[in-house]
Design a protein around this ligand. Structure first.
Ligand code: FUB
Length: 402
């Protein structure tokens, strides 16, 4: 098994990956980008809400790859499909739920901590979580303030990344990734008596979990499942043996891609009821597992699971190709067959979403970097309606009107 893996991802030595966050869909650029960033002339067009294209200098730290260019489309963006839900703070990675007939959003709270961009995403140096809520889509959004602060998480060292939340028996659980004091990403849980918190963190991460981007799905039978994992800066490639090895190990291009993980949660919602297993993604045509070289479709980060008409939909980000993809299956464990794209690349390197039903309509929560004019670690959350076709497929959203 081991000889099928390579320790360095082909192409990874070309430059700081996370330093290029901001490159796609522009890093301030008004050019759609679905592939690798190309080198920049240093000045690019930046889209402003409902305004014509303008040209501004790029933020210096992203200038190495800061113009995004979609080799198929190469079209300028002039308008945003949706506006940020809030503008007082930067927010990202929105996990949305309906609790007590109110919509709650659990985002990352982006800050500019002054950390130099690097290949590990160190400049995504978030330190707390805020919970947002609204009584309806389009209604006034309330920022409930700090729901959990890293100083109150005994085991955490830095970088509170994308969270999710769940409810059981009138108690609310916030699941969150953070690097521990040894700089290994772990997943913690914190508990509250109200959906907006404040949350009290458990003294240790959830045993058996690791990496980033937890998502918790409660099935109609009351069972809850946690999905997690993310490659590159998310460190999932260091867990191929089941234990943490401080070395990046990636499969060769012709081998199955690294997979997200899933496990059923225990009744306490704070432990695993079983060992985590891999979320298998199958090719729609041949039913074969997606290969590592298939970076237009393979899993990268940002797991989300929802159920529609009895079918389980697993959706995720493809990371370096910047899509939100979805795959469907008959069980919360999968396997899931890849069906298509939910969201095209957005302004900023990362793409991360959630899907929720509100009063019979379905919504896609996502983020881009509109407020910061493309600074990829300073994002803002948005929402747009999601449409299904009669066969259960999802209409792809393009968050920009041209
Ligand atoms: O917000 C930090 C990281 O960026 C998240 O954990 C990833 O999903 C990506 O959005």
């Amino acid at each position: 098994m081991r000889d099928k893996w390579t320790s360095v991802k082909p192409g990874m030595g070309l430059g700081p990956r996370f330093a290029r966050r901001g490159a796609q869909r522009g890093g301030g650029a008004a050019i759609l980008s679905a592939r690798r960033p190309l080198s920049s002339p240093g000045r690019v067009a930046v889209p402003l809400a409902l305004a014509a294209l303008v040209v501004v200098p790029l933020p210096g730290s992203f200038s190495d790859g800061a113009i995004g260019m979609d080799r198929q489309r190469s079209q300028p963006v002039s308008k945003f499909l949706n506006e940020p839900l809030i503008t007082g703070i930067y927010t990202a990675d929105p996990s949305a739920h309906v609790f007590n007939r109110r919509i709650f959003v659990y985002p990352s709270h982006d800050i500019d901590a002054g950390v130099k961009p690097d290949d590990l995403g160190s400049h995504f140096a978030m330190r707390d979580y805020h919970v947002l809520s609204m009584d309806r889509i389009g209604g006034k959004v309330t920022d409930h303030g700090i729901a959990l602060d890293i100083k109150d998480v005994a085991w955490a060292g830095r970088q509170m990344w994308a969270p999710d939340a769940a409810e059981k028996g009138g108690r609310y659980y916030l699941y969150f990734p953070a690097k521990d004091k040894s700089d290994v990403f772990r997943i913690g849980v914190a508990v509250a008596g109200a959906p907006q918190g404040p949350f009290k963190a458990q003294p240790a991460p959830i045993d058996g979990t690791y990496s980033i981007d937890p998502c918790v799905f409660r099935d109609s039978d009351g069972r809850s499942y946690i999905y997690f994992g993310g490659i590159w800066g998310g460190q999932l490639q260091r867990w191929s043996t089941g234990s943490y090895v401080a070395k990046d190990v990636y499969p060769a291009d012709d081998q199955p891609a690294i997979r997200a993980r899933v496990a059923r949660l225990g009744d306490d919602m704070m432990s695993l009821a079983e060992s985590a297993r891999e979320v298998v993604l199958l090719d729609e045509g041949g039913g074969k597992p997606l290969l590592a070289r298939d970076n237009g479709r393979r899993f990268f980060e940002a797991s989300w699971l929802h159920k529609y008409n009895g079918t389980y939909y697993f959706s995720y980000s493809t990371g370096d190709t910047h899509f939100i993809m979805y795959a469907t299956g008959k069980s919360p464990y999968g396997p899931f067959t890849v069906r298509g794209r939910i969201l095209e690349p957005v302004l900023g390197w990362t793409n991360h979403h959630s899907i929720v039903e509100v009063q019979g309509r379905w919504y896609l929560f996502y983020h881009d970097a509109q407020l910061s004019k493309g600074q990829t670690h300073l994002r803002n959350v948005k929402v747009t309606e999601l449409k299904y076709r009669p066969d259960g497929s999802i209409e792809t959203v393009d968050a920009y009107r041209e």
